[in-house]
Design a protein around this ligand. Sequence first.
Ligand SMILES: NC(=O)c1ccc[n+]([C@@H]2O[C@H](COP(=O)([O-])OP(=O)(O)OC[C@H]3O[C@@H](n4cnc5c(N)ncnc54)[C@H](OP(=O)(O)O)[C@@H]3O)[C@@H](O)[C@H]2O)c1
Length: 289
Amino acid sequence: MAPSKDYWQGKIALITGGSSGIGFAIAQSLAAQGTSVWVLARGVEGLKSALESVNCRENQHCGMISADVTDWDQVSAAVAQVETEVGVPDLVINSAGVAHPGYFQDLEIEIFHWMTEVNYYGTVYVCKAVLPGMVARGSGQIVNISSGAAFIGRFGYSAYAPTKYALQGFSDVLRAELKPLGIDVSIVFPPDTDTPQLKYEKELQPPETKALSGIANLISPNWDGRATLFTPAQVADMILPKIEQRKYMILPGFEMKMLYWLSRLVGSGIYPILDWLIARAQRNLQRGD
Ligand SMILES: NC(=O)c1ccc[n+]([C@@H]2O[C@H](COP(=O)([O-])OP(=O)(O)OC[C@H]3O[C@@H](n4cnc5c(N)ncnc54)[C@H](OP(=O)(O)O)[C@@H]3O)[C@@H](O)[C@H]2O)c1
């Protein structure tokens, strides 16, 4: 389902991580519907090429801001700049994120700080900075991008998964507090999506993670262990209509819905299943299968 022009035309969107991957695809799709899109990331070259590709028309007031979401001063200055130049954003997408998998005992402590600062505090800072304007206006939408790693602790993701669990707790509270103020919050759990982040992750994943992903893929419509890898544009197309409907939990694709409901229905029964799957994966790896 495509996002609708009637809804998005004339709106202002601020998208962190808008220079790449899922954030960029959302920026591109919104710009095509007539939204004034502002992309935020650190790298200026990536931002320039993203802004050029989103191809805004003259009556759209699009822009880019180089800022680090882990720095509160940079985030508040960035939001102030958007508000001065175009107005209070109607939509904020928190897509800036990083993932660095590995065995817990091999990951340096700095990796844990890095993941937490970008994925969790980066989102908190942006929400905090946009809120006064949204509250004064009495409307707005905030969308936080989480991950399926927040459903069950994913093997190899001890630094990343907790930051996405934290986003769920944060978004749950924000949803309840902001709804009476006219502001809607959504949380998105994207499936595996072909982006630079996923390529980086795949180079670092322990073999057990890869083996478990193969098993998880057995519940995919392929039924054969082949991963369904979505393009960022497909994911943006699945997310935007749900944001339009102001849905809170957004689970794009069949696997994410299955994983979510499976993890909820099985409850703590998931842990012996996980242990069995990990032991099986390790036996297969030892045998060289
Ligand atoms: N790809 C997947 O399969 C997948 C699955 C589930 C969830 N997710 C989540 O979806 C979101 C987007 O991921 P993606 O795969 O699209 O990633 P991506 O293509 O690597 O893009 C990440 C974006 O975040 C920006 N960024 C990173 N650190 C930043 C910082 N400190 N300050 C400001 N911007 C920063 C990057 O630009 P600069 O480096 O220039 O700053 C880039 O624009 C992330 O939250 C990720 O965890 C992805």
